[in-house]
Design a protein around this ligand. Sequence first.
Ligand SMILES: Cc1cc2nc3c(=O)[nH]c(=O)nc-3n(C[C@H](O)[C@H](O)[C@H](O)COP(=O)(O)OP(=O)(O)OC[C@H]3O[C@@H](n4cnc5c(N)ncnc54)[C@H](O)[C@@H]3O)c2cc1C
Length: 428
Amino acid sequence: MQGLNRRFEVIVVGAGPAGLSAAYILAKKGFHVVLLERGRGVGSKQVFGGRVYSSLLERVFGSLGDAPIHRWVRRERLSIINGERMLTVEYISGGKYSFTTYLGQLASWMAGKAVEAGAIIVDEVRVDRILVEDNSVVGVESGGDTLKADVVVDAEGANRLLLEELGLVEKPRPSDMALGVKEVIKLGEEKIDERFGLRSGEGAAWILAGSVSAYTPGGGFIYTNKDSVSIGVVVSLESGGLVEEPYRLVESMRLNPLLKDIWREGDIIEYSAHLVPERSVRLIPSKLALNNFLVVGDAAGLLLNTGYTIRGVDYAAYSGYLAANAIVEAEEKYGSYSEEVLRRLYEERLKRSMVFRDIARHKAVEMIWENPTMIKQYAALLLDTLGGLYELGESTPSLRETFKNARRKNKVSLIRVMADLVHGVMKA
Ligand SMILES: Cc1cc2nc3c(=O)[nH]c(=O)nc-3n(C[C@H](O)[C@H](O)[C@H](O)COP(=O)(O)OP(=O)(O)OC[C@H]3O[C@@H](n4cnc5c(N)ncnc54)[C@H](O)[C@@H]3O)c2cc1C
């Protein structure tokens, strides 16, 4: 941090979507803001699946006309794989709700907007500690240097070492976290259009469960970028998925006989792995604001994985936007960044927002995380039932018979199916 002699009004830690959005809004409002990022360049340390929902992003950045959008998602697929059998449901969407991109490119685009507005971004600076004096945050420490500011925004992402050190969160339990492992396979635009049944500019988002991810909660994903596909697996740190080396998980998905022809003749151009907060309700810190301090994005536990969609990037950007607006309002109306003011202007508004309410509402996913054997049993039950209906010899059994046979084979009682169904519907 040598050379940063100037005093800043705001320090933002972490150049992910949350930190960049906060820095952009603050700089636009005329605040002297510096953003510190430990990685080399913006976006070098981030990993994500591949799809971003656009509406909250538009709220923060306005038009996305010049954003690095690869394809607007038109086809949504959901598959359950059990050995050699696969059930796929496909939905063709009529509008533009989400797009595929590389997070590094999107972060660079956001960084461009923030710098253009006047923010200073300094990379290769890892913040070691949030500085606290007299019960108030006064700045940050990095490599023995200190940098002071009126207010600090923590956008450090899912690996919340600074918040842990500050005593605001505990170390996450393995059951709260998952590991995402991803490969990007370069395939060419035409092959992608042809193999996914897409027209130019259209994209596909495909979520997979079952044997493709060793029946762990989390599952697999496939997203089509402009001329590459992102494929990956998310596995709970507790579920036993990590008995295998992480790269093996995505490798076995890539080599899966039901999928491998999709990326035939493709070249792997990237491999990455990152923690994902899976059960984010439990990961939300008890406070999102202290005196002169705010927490945004993944660090605040703002991620929603419903099992068929994942939203983290747009939530992170929106929380950065709310935090920045709270800082602006705190300065203008109160001339103070006290915990009380910031909680009122940021935390309470965030908690009333759709983002927070949606995270709290989607509890059906928790049921699967709490009971991972469900995935294996139900995948087998469903595909054995369909196998009974479609893989015919001389006789054609009824749906009732095939379902009964499948239940017997997989040792799932009718009462249990009904109970899980009711429980799932009530929580959904
Ligand atoms: C495998 C996987 C798939 C995902 N798929 C999707 C998806 O398809 N769609 C979606 O919307 N979301 C997805 N997500 C979630 C999404 O990536 C996150 O929710 C989002 O990136 C959070 O943004 P953030 O700014 O809070 O944190 P991050 O993007 O993690 O950024 C945090 C930044 O802080 C920096 N940093 C950390 N500590 C320090 C420090 N001490 N000093 C300085 N810098 C620091 C990091 O280097 C990083 O650049 C996925 C996540 C994973 C892991």
